[in-house]
Design a protein around this ligand. Structure first.
Ligand code: DGI
Ligand code: FE
Ligand code: FE
Length: 193
């Protein structure tokens, strides 16, 4: 793994200042969660650092990159191309940033909607993205921040529940994967308890 500094310089050229600040927040929050859940800290930091590397790519360009690289897009992704920054982010992390670690690439690919049965790194990134210190708009943030260090799966479920609630209110197109992931984590909790 190259030093994080090398990626940082390159990334700063690929994104605006605010997005870069958010990225640093996610990187350090991922590190903290990795410590709490006995995960490799460097790996978590690299996932955090690169997770939004496609966020500032224009929508048309994201769609074009999907076409050229045989990445399937769903109707909801074509209507809300910002959703594609996750899949395209994984592509750029591999091709442009030369990341070979499949777990990191997967965590980046699913960081917006989640997916059923996420592994520890997937969940660390998903949660860190939502709770990093620069975030201030979501409801229940202080509760979720506390929960994040106690039970990762419950936190994932709570974030999905709040996100779906928020999207329903503002009538944003909901990606079926967000709903599938929520149902999965809700049902899993009922099985475990
Ligand atoms: O890229 P970030 O803003 O850092 O974070 P993200 O990749 O998790 O994207 C967050 C946004 O994505 C947030 O406003 C909620 C939205 N989102 C999550 N699931 C869905 C969704 N938006 C739509 N339209 N549909 C979804 O299913
Ligand atoms: Fe994102
Ligand atoms: Fe993000």
């Amino acid at each position: 793994m190259k030093s994080l500094e090398k990626y940082e310089k390159k990334l700063q050229r690929d994104m605006d200042k605010d997005r870069y600040q958010h990225t640093l927040g996610v990187m350090y929050t991922s590190a903290s969660l990795a410590m709490a859940y006995h995960y490799d800290v460097k790996q978590a930091m690299l996932a955090g650092l690169l997770h939004d590397c496609a966020k500032c790519v224009p929508h048309e360009k994201k769609l074009e990159l999907c076409r050229k690289n045989h990445i399937e897009t769903t109707p909801i992704e074509r209507e809300n191309p910002f959703l594609l920054h996750a899949k395209v982010g994984a592509l750029l992390a591999r091709k442009k940033y030369d990341v070979k670690d499949q777990e990191i690439l997967h965590a980046i690919a699913v960081h917006t909607t989640g997916c059923p049965d996420m592994n520890t790194l997937d969940m660390i990134l998903f949660v860190a993205d939502y709770i990093e210190p620069g975030r201030d708009k979501a409801q229940n943030l202080s509760e979720i921040r506390e929960m994040a260090f106690q039970n990762l799966e419950l936190t994932v479920e709570k974030i999905l529940s709040d996100t779906l609630h928020y999207l329903n209110e503002k009538s944003g197109g909901i990606d079926p994967m967000t709903e599938i992931t929520y149902e999965y984590y809700k049902n899993r909790r009922k099985l475990v308890v």
